[in-house]
Design a protein around this ligand. Sequence first.
Ligand SMILES: Nc1ncnc2c1ncn2[C@@H]1O[C@H](COP(=O)(O)OP(=O)(O)OP(=O)(O)O)[C@@H](O)[C@H]1O
Ligand SMILES: NC(=O)c1ccc[n+]([C@@H]2O[C@H](COP(=O)(O)O)[C@@H](O)[C@H]2O)c1
Length: 291
Amino acid sequence: MPSKRLTESFTNPPDYAFPHHRLSRVLRNPEKTPVVLVACGSFSPVTYLHLRMFEMAKDYVRQNTDFEIMGGYLSPVSDMYKKPGLLSARHRVDMCTLATEETNTWLMVDAWEAFQAYQRTAIVLDHFDHQINTVLGGAQTEDGEHKNVRIMLLAGSDLIGTMSEPGVWAYTDLEHILGRYGCFIVERAGTGVEQATDSLARWRHNIHLISQLIQNDVSSTKVRLFLRRGLSVRYLLPNAVVDYIDQHGLYQDEITSSSPVIVTREKGADKDKESIPPPSSSTNGILQPSS
Ligand SMILES: Nc1ncnc2c1ncn2[C@@H]1O[C@H](COP(=O)(O)OP(=O)(O)OP(=O)(O)O)[C@@H](O)[C@H]1O
Ligand SMILES: NC(=O)c1ccc[n+]([C@@H]2O[C@H](COP(=O)(O)O)[C@@H](O)[C@H]2O)c1
């Protein structure tokens, strides 16, 4: 790896323990490089598309790389991120935990960044590197040979698109995230992967682009809008998460108006404007597709 960690002093939230119950520690193929995928984001709420990203990356890794996936983590962002629609970390972490425990065997939720002050993504990746390689001692082959686990960011192309926007990411952090760790970028409707990574060409060797072969445009923003409108979100999210939202009456706060709801995300690009027509403008109760 080309550089050191940015920090060696990590502040943990109270009663914090790094989850590793689903982390493989032994490589099946000794020729491969062990890798752990980390997805950072709001997850407000977590959707099937967040989980799908990991499955797409798994297929990509098996078909195109010399990596072997040892585990995957969702790392919900701190409440201090203050993004519109961000529910409390407690609820977001609980929903992510329900989603991962219900639906697969290799994903975990790390609440380290969620339950403390905002941490930059570069520091979050350092935290994973510290926990997995320093505290847990990395991985080993069946013959007992030690291998360092490569930590890599997993993100949608909208997130990588923000890396070219001035003032969002420090150059030193990009160098750290893309130079030291590397990332898998999943194509997201409305944000071209090539276009999103144009200005990141110097780290091309560490950026893996994953095409979405089945286009699916689910976003947390749309799910929140549906919930406010009293529309069903079942089969967009794991059942346990839908039930949790229902039981706690989440995302009901902003009363719907008679005009179309338009949410403009802070991140650039056309796709960041998502609109759902109000109930009155639908025909026979069927939503018209938004442009
Ligand atoms: N439909 C999708 N396709 C590809 N990547 C996605 C998709 N939904 C979310 N992601 C990625 O998952 C990560 C975490 O996403 P985040 O929690 O911000 O979800 P979101 O749906 O974009 O949320 P919001 O709508 O609140 O902005 C980001 O890297 C994002 O790009
Ligand atoms: N400078 C940085 O480290 C930086 C900048 C922008 C977003 N991020 C991260 O990207 C994720 C963005 O999530 P959203 O797509 O929900 O906004 C969050 O985890 C956030 O911490 C990090």
